[in-house]
Design a binder for this molecule. Structure first.
Ligand code: NAD
Length: 471
């Protein structure tokens, strides 16, 4: 059994979390579940460690984190296999993610001594300057779809800027978080700076959010959970960073290379088996290109290789759980009863594991549940538009505003539409809207705050203003 990581201790917790491999449906590991006392001990360890970690110079913290990044690079294959088995994601995607984790830690190790304050000319004269100070103990609560990537997007800037961390991974996927905690210790991150406590969200997660010694919660997960976290955090005016759900649009005008866009569109909705907050799950196609686009898109979708995550050629693995597969299946049913037409997919594979072939529903319209609700599975809904204005209205017509893509060769139209969309990130003529060096996060009910780039450092520090009278 994998034990908790609190300071340099490895407590056994108060129960066992069976960890299932989605490709087989079998339990392949066991992890200790933290008790309330363990959570308190983790916060206390982080609080003690803060006294020294926060006093190190930025350069000194950076040097330790560079060693952490190097160790992650050295263990990238091990982490990739763990993640591929635990989440069911294709091994090549998991390899990219493991290297991205190392790159993220390296980015913040190098960024922190370049995160400057300001000197400000104030009316009264004298010397006025700002400094960025760490918040204290930060609680990080992460989901199961990109376990090590999302944890690292938070813990790297949090640690670099002098905070200490209590990380609660999702119960379905606690393995890489624990391994990262071990590698951090091995790299020389002092005990207590990064603590890892798997446990149930409604208990341990909730306790972390309510804890008076925790200064901030960095959360990624469902919008409903984010809402509950914000309400609890309000008690202590606790800082919150929320990365929540999405129902992102992929707007395609008829003037593009439809074969190319069909391939990109399939990738941007079915990668990670659609379990991606940025999944472009609403495809908005200009009427003139509806038929040729759908023909190409369905063909690409049917040709996606669904299978064992550890096979090199696999492009889509299983869903994370039996429940997540049932949710997707039920949305396919709902979509058809609402009047959409299923063009392909939605079949289970004749083998163990939670496999489901990617599905395309055509004829989506505003008001349908499959158009408005986040499915978080391999289901794309296609809608048709006639005008630029209609495309913008459809794209913006949800409670979410995380991500999106826009395809056109008309430069002026591209700029007009890009500026009219209400999403935190957008890619034009590309599926890639996440860049380590640039801010990432949602508008509307997709979240609060930004991760990545230098923006993330602002989210894990307070700005203090100090004025010196010199007369
Ligand atoms: P979830 O909200 O069920 O769980 C996320 C984490 O919160 C888990 O660690 C869980 O144990 C914990 N948790 C659950 N209830 C809690 C509570 N009451 N108090 C404190 N912690 C609690 O989400 P999930 O099902 O793991 O992940 C899928 C969701 O995450 C989707 O909605 C997806 O869009 C979203 N997501 C968003 C982003 C983003 O960057 N915006 C990225 C990935 C996933």
């Amino acid at each position: 059994m994998q034990k908790l990581l609190i300071g340099d201790r490895r407590p056994v917790g108060s129960g066992v979390i069976p960890v299932v491999e989605p490709a087989t449906g079998e339990v392949f590991a066991e992890v200790a579940a933290a008790s309330a006392a363990d959570l308190d001990a983790a916060v206390a360890a982080a609080r003690n460690a803060f006294a020294t970690w926060s006093k190190l110079t930025a350069v000194a913290r950076g040097e330790i984190l560079f060693r952490f990044a190097e160790l992650v690079y050295a263990h990238a294959e091990e982490l990739a296999v763990l993640e591929a088995r635990n989440v069911g994601k294709p091994i090549n995607d998991a390899r990219w993610e493991a290297n991205h984790v190392a790159e993220t830690i390296r980015y913040y190790a190098g960024a922190i001594d370049k995160f400057f304050g300001h000197t400000i000319s104030v009316k009264k004269g004298g010397l006025d300057f700002t400094v960025h100070v760490p918040l204290g103990v930060v609680g990080l609560i992460v989901p199961w779809n990109f376990p090590m990537v999302i944890a690292t997007w938070k813990l790297a800037p949090a640690l670099a800027s002098g905070n200490t961390v209590v990380l609660k991974p999702a119960s379905l996927t606690p393995l890489t978080a624990l391994r990262l905690g071990e590698l951090a210790l091995e790299a020389g991150v002092p005990p207590g700076v990064l603590n890892v406590v798997p446990g149930r969200g409604a208990e341990i997660g909730q306790q972390l959010v309510a804890h008076p010694d925790v200064a901030k919660i960095g959360f990624t997960g469902e919008t409903a959970t984010g809402r509950a976290i914000m309400a609890t955090a309000a008690q202590h005016i606790k800082r919150v960073g929320l990365e929540l759900g999405g129902k992102s649009p992929n707007i395609i005008f008829a003037d593009v290379d439809l074969e190319l866009v069909a391939r990109e569109a399939a990738n941007s909705v079915f990668a990670n088996a659609g379990q991606d907050c940025c999944a472009r799950s609403r495809i908005l196609i200009e009427r003139a290109a509806h038929e040729p686009f759908l023909e190409a898109f369905v063909q690409v979708t049917e040709n996606l290789v669904v299978g064992d995550p550890l096979e090199e050629q696999t492009q889509m693995g299983p869903l994370i759980s039996a429940r997540q597969r049932e949710i997707s299946e039920s949305y396919i049913e709902i979509g058809q009863s609402e009047g959409t037409r299923r063009l392909c997919g939605g079949q289970r594979l004749p083998r163990a594991g939670f496999f489901l072939t990617p599905a395309v529903l055509d004829g989506g319209r505003p008001g349908m549940r499959v158009v408005e609700e986040e499915i978080f599975g391999p289901v794309a809904v296609v809608m048709t538009f006639d005008t630029e204005e209609e495309a913008i209205e459809l794209a913006n017509g949800t409670i979410y505003g995380l991500s999106g893509s826009l395809w056109t060769n008309d430069l002026k139209r591209g700029l007009r539409v890009a500026q009219a969309l209400r999403t935190g990130v957008l890619s034009v003529n590309s599926s890639t809207s996440v860049h380590l060096q640039a801010p990432f996060g949602g508008m509307k009910q997709s979240g609060l705050g930004r991760e990545l780039g230098m923006h993330a450092l602002e989210q894990y520090t307070e700005v203090r203003n100090i004025y010196f009278e010199t007369r």
